[in-house]
Design a binder for this molecule. Structure first.
Ligand code: GRF
Length: 199
């Protein structure tokens, strides 16, 4: 390998944090961590962050052996402090807007996964069951997921990649959500590898 700055940078693995939701299952977090732990995605799953110590995703993170950090509570660091030394942040089930200074401190290196084909069915309030119900109410014949950059507005950053699936005639929001979730578990690690320049 040539001794260039680019070659050296490629060998230094980036430290990735994953921010989970307070009620999230953590299945996307798990898919990302497993992809990094297996070496498929050459990055370090440095920490899983949550603002609620009872988030179900945290038990999953513990089982995977990833450090966890609660932020923004008495005796806990702020989100900014918890992200010291992190190069890239993946949101996984976190439904609030991130403070602009957090996106800035990470030089915009913040990803999210959304369970629909953006720009359709994005924006405030469009999360979980609401998204899939809206797709069914509109009579769309396909849905899917989108991995995108995070900005100061809900679901508006550039899309990195999407995966598609059919909407079936007898779908409920739950059955559609389950089909889309399967796509998410492949899409998110693939997008992460892509932004790290490995795919
Ligand atoms: C996923 O559907 C994702 O698209 C959305 O939140 C959900 C999180 O699910 N952003 P999980 O906690 O990763 O299982």
């Amino acid at each position: 390998m040539p001794f260039t700055a680019e070659a050296i940078m490629k060998q230094v693995k980036q430290r990735v944090a994953i921010l989970v939701g307070n009620r999230g299952r953590g299945s996307n977090m798990e898919a990302l961590v497993l992809a990094m732990q297996s070496g498929r995605v050459p990055a370090i799953p440095a920490v899983v962050l949550a603002s609620d110590p009872d988030s179900p995703a945290l038990a999953r993170a513990r089982a995977l052996g990833v450090p966890i950090q609660i932020f923004g509570r008495e005796g806990c660091p702020s989100l900014g402090a918890a992200l010291e030394g992190i190069q890239l942040l993946c949101l996984a089930g976190y439904i609030k807007l991130l403070p602009p200074e957090i996106i800035q401190m990470l030089n915009g290196q913040v990803l999210n996964i959304h369970p629909a084909l953006l720009p359709k069915y994005g924006g405030k309030g469009m999360y979980g069951r609401n998204v899939h119900k809206a797709v069914l109410d509109a009579g769309d014949s396909e849905s899917g997921c989108s991995v995108h950059w995070v900005t100061n507005n809900y679901d508006e950053g550039a899309v990195i990649l999407q995966r598609r699936c059919p909407v079936l005639p007898d779908d409920t929001p739950e059955s559609l959500a389950a089909r889309v979730l399967q796509l998410e578990h492949e899409a998110y690690p693939t997008a992460l590898a892509q932004v790290l320049g490995e795919d």
